[in-house]
Write a protein of this length. Sequence first.
Length: 292
Amino acid sequence: MKRLSFITLQIISLSCVRLTESGDNLYNICFTARQESIISESSLTKTTFGYGNRASVMIFSAGSLSGFKGGTPLYAVAFEGGLLSHNEEIALTRGVYDIYSLSYNSSNPPIVSFNNGVSGEPQNSIDYLWASSKDLLVDSDKVINFNYKRLSCRIILKVVPDSSYKNITFNNIKFTLPSVNNTFIDLNNGTISPSGNADELTPIEGTGDTRTFIIIPTTASLRTETEISGEINGDSFTSRRFGADLGILFESGNSYTIVMQIDGQKEVVISYEVSPWRFVHNYITYSLSAHL
């Protein structure tokens, strides 16, 4: 750890002033990365970006989203202490710049192309992270700290049959994922445009009564269904289907804990809690009722 800290300081403090052919100075740009994490009731903390995570770096002249600067776009990987390391050197002439970064919050490089700040269709199941540093005056070597925020939504879906059910097997749990058609990532604002439509019911991978997965934001009416086998009041049954429309607005950066309560042989009650994905407090609870 001590050796790594020494190396990190060396990188951050390294002076790389050079001259272009026109006589302009070139200044070295380095990056660190943090992400919003668990909070107390009144304060937000920051944790270092996940070790081994990869992120893209994109630099433009301030106010522009075309004409990449400094040899970007390029990929960087996170090391301890949040240092983002990249093989290609980034050097800028004196000026004012907008700098952006995108990550999948994983070791996979984010394969996203932007045209004038707009990407093609983002995908469900990806934990998109976005950060920016705008109107940055570069007149010396700089260390830029990216503070990432989440753009997608997390869903924790749990199916709970009432006490009259015994020996339950969950054959499947399905969900209508948002359609990605005509959606996009806005690089300038750090948003995913909400989907207005839902695809067909899709089985969600996993076992048991709970599924955790990621979707893009959506205003569409989504639905969940499950098929279970077991016993109710002493009688055996196979592949009985239950489902409900959710009527939930799924907004960027939120985590949704959804419970599908099965009461008796027909009634399905949906309840859910919403919180910013990076937070652990201040849940808002709602209830909806639906019948098969």
